[in-house]
Design a protein around this ligand. Structure first.
Ligand code: ATP
Ligand code: MG
Length: 391
């Protein structure tokens, strides 16, 4: 038995196509248990996996693993036969004999025009054969059953069910970025969206331990574990933030705190980005969601790390959409567990919504930014997170 994997977008990138396909093959090999497959290879615009007996006996696990690989648009467990119409007919009959249905359709594709029949002719010939042998009706729309035939080089792949994949681009084709993860709902979704576009993500969390509890850190670790399933292994930077908060609290106006916290977070994240050769930061902000996320504040926050792009994949999303996505990727239930957000401590009642850069810079003169950044980096702990699928 084989698995036929289709990708859409990477087929479009002509110059880079090889690179994207190679990455996708590499990622599929990493995510599947080595004893589940004989080979994974490219074949005329798709990727073909040959399963071993062990793999065939564990189809469910194979399916679950492939559903976590970015770049796969859909895949299917398929039977391979010779690309010859008589053989195809007989094999389709064998497959359909075991199925319960009243009406059906055949959907064929040819990857090359070498095959003597057009796709439509294959549909008609195989369809007529099934009508004759099984006394079933052809129904082109909303049929009970659809049988797919893909003619690829000298082979035909036959299958009944398409399994929807994640789409996106293969992990590690889009550079590296540092994702700032709080314990909340939004940032894991933002990280996921960046990952979906091929970015390899390194996670970073600011905590106020021992002022906040260990459970809050463990929660972030669990979120990172879930997200790691989409990229193999991950690194999580745990950075102490309590000292910085204290300085800000003691020395600056209350209404500026949120903006000042964020600017400090970004400066530290930038140091991590340098160390990791990452090209951007990723945050979970969406416009207007809370006080710190106005366009004016975002402008002032960005200024702290001028030459480093900040990706905000959720910028135009509503909270409901974000929650929906968080549920899909299974971070929601962890995110809603109670936790002590380092930044919820000391949040003023009326935070600034239209920060003024001059005012902010004036306030920052009271802080020893270099020293605070250096000390936070020195006290950072790095954790390696390896997902369950990929040892
Ligand atoms: P989230 O749901 O991700 O917590 P939020 O809507 O609560 O986001 P803010 O609290 O304004 O928004 O935080 C904005 C972004 O700043 C977060 O999405 C995250 O990327 C980053 N951030 C906030 N707090 C932390 C933290 N403790 N550690 C790392 N990043 C953080
Ligand atoms: Mg939050």
């Amino acid at each position: 038995m084989f698995v036929v994997c289709h990708y859409s977008e990477i087929g479009l990138k002509r110059g880079n196509r090889r690179f994207f396909e190679d990455k996708l093959i590499e990622n599929i090999k990493k995510v599947l248990r080595p004893d589940f497959f004989e080979f994974v290879k490219r074949m005329s615009g798709r990727i073909i996996i040959k399963l071993t007996k062990e793999g065939i006996n564990n189809k469910r696990e194979v399916e679950e693993s492939l559903k976590k690989v970015f770049g796969i648009e859909y895949c299917a467990f398929a039977q391979k036969t010779e690309a010859e119409i008589g053989t195809i007919k007989k094999n389709v009959l064998q497959i359909l004999k075991n199925e319960k249905f009243k009406n059906f359709r055949i959907t064929s594709h040819r990857s090359s025009k070498e095959f003597p029949l057009t796709s439509q002719e294959i549909n008609e010939k195989v369809g007529a054969y099934i009508v004759d042998k099984l006394q079933k009706k052809v129904k082109l729309e909303n049929s009970d059953l659809e049988c797919f035939i893909e003619i690829v080089e000298k082979s035909a792949f036959l299958y009944l069910k398409k399994i929807k994949g994640l789409g996106g681009l293969p992990t590690s084709t889009g550079g590296k970025a540092i994702a700032l993860i709080s314990g909340g709902i939004d940032s894991p979704v933002a990280a996921f969206k960046a990952m979906k576009r091929g970015v390899r993500v390194i996670f970073l969390h600011f905590h106020a331990f021992p002022y906040t509890n260990q459970a809050s850190i463990d929660k972030v670790k669990r979120i990172v574990e879930v997200l790691s399933e989409y990229q193999g292994k991950s690194k999580l930077y745990l950075i102490p933030f309590a000292d910085i908060q204290r300085e800000i609290l003691l020395k600056t106006p209350a209404k500026l705190r949120v903006v000042l916290y964020r600017r400090m977070m970004l400066r530290i994240a930038k140091e991590v980005a340098k160390k990791e050769d990452a090209l951007a930061l990723v945050t979970g902000e969406s416009l207007g969601q809370v006080a710190s996320q106005t366009i004016e504040n975002i402008k002032v926050i960005n200024e702290a790390v001028k030459d480093l792009p900040i990706l905000r994949p959720l910028i135009g999303d509503d909270k409901e959409e974000i929650i929906q996505k968080a549920k899909e990727i299974q971070t929601f239930n962890i995110s809603i567990l109670p936790y002590q957000d380092c930044c919820v401590r000391f949040i003023p009642e009326h935070p600034e919504t239209k920060a003024n850069l001059k005012e902010v810079k004036e306030a920052e003169k009271k802080l020893n930014i270099k020293k605070l950044t250096r000390e936070a980096i020195e006290k950072t702990k790095i954790i390696k997170v390896i997902n369950k699928i990929c040892p």
